[in-house]
Design a protein around this ligand. Sequence first.
Ligand code: PHE
Length: 435
Amino acid sequence: MGFGLAVLGSAIGLGNIWRFPYVMGEYGGAAFLLVYLLVVLIMGLPLLLGEFAAGYHTHADGVGAYEKITPERPWRWAGWPGVAAAVVILMYYPVVTAWVAQYLWLALTGDMSVPAGAAQDARFVALTHDGLAVLLAQAIVLCVATGIVAAGVVSGIERTCKVLMPLFAVLLVGLAIYGLSLPGAQQGVDFMFHADWSAVLRPETWLVALGQALFTVGIGMGVMVTYGAYLPDSHALPRIGFTVIAGDTFVGLLACLIIFPAVFSLGLAPAQGPGLAFVILPEVFERMPGGNVAAVAFFLLLLIAALASMVSLLEVPIAVLMSRHGWRRLPAALLTGSVAFLISLPVALGEGTAWLQLDGMPTLLDLADRFASYVLLPLSALAIALVVGWRWQEKAACDAAGVQGIRARRLWWTSVRWLVPVLLVIVLVSGLVTA
Ligand code: PHE
């Protein structure tokens, strides 16, 4: 149970509540949803089990696990693209989390109002431009996350997730009910279930869905390898894997039910980009009765989700330092937390100068996010599938993944060995070429 909640805590994060709705808004609503569901089930689940299995079998970190499975070059390096992805994600994840903390502070102090006549995004721009405030918030959230990982896997990560995840669930359901009671709710729901089918035919949609699936479940970053290594027994892994994917997707859908009704109740367009949750929701909260309570609840929800994910992201390099270089947990956590602070400075400060102003120019955050989600994570997933499917024995791998029954074993094995790598190459190449 603790393991399951920790994995869920890692999976559910900004990816579900901040990223999923705006990506879905940009890539065709229900059509994107369908593509996403196919991708996460056909590719995500087998890969997730592969990562769990590699960690469980070798009791090693996200890099060492693959070295133990296959000492030969280049296969032994299969874990490194994942570490690279984790580093690139750590360049902006703390910054977005810092914005969440800033909004929570605004909501708590009751100061959400924007001067009359100001632009829709005035609050967001002002907030992200305030370099000192962003840095302070970023330092605080990183200190909290570092403190949790420093306390250890069971007393830090597990215990925190056990407390936070139920609170998260209550807030989420409450807010979805609130969202559905807004005046634009019907249009919002219509948008979610009305598909623009031409999006399905564009290879880009598939690559974006793949990137979203890997990001939101947390596949291809060594997190699930690292967590799998801490599990005492593997037989529950397929069930946990499926539950995590289903739960994670469900949370993304609920987040859409919170956000899209709000978008339509203001008469705005859903394809707003990364500012969606930050620009539109506060606007709605401000106009609605009881909006301030909803604002506090929403940003608290986001903060909880982001913290539990950041904790797992930090655990990857910490596990590498501990098991490969013999570090103790506390110094490893301090070093990782400090490095995360340093590498996220450019996005924290750069966003303020670039945000929404250079038309058509991606910001640093956008670039880092796209590079991680659409290049590094798919490459890392490919490396995982190839090592698990081609450099490992079928029986050992199936045992480690806890897959039981001849049929299920065949299905999983054929998937990681053939289906997943082939699909990954097709989606990656066609997506990158056409985008
Ligand atoms: N899955 C998390 C989310 O949806 C992000 C994350 C990425 C967590 C990588 C761990 C590792 O926000």
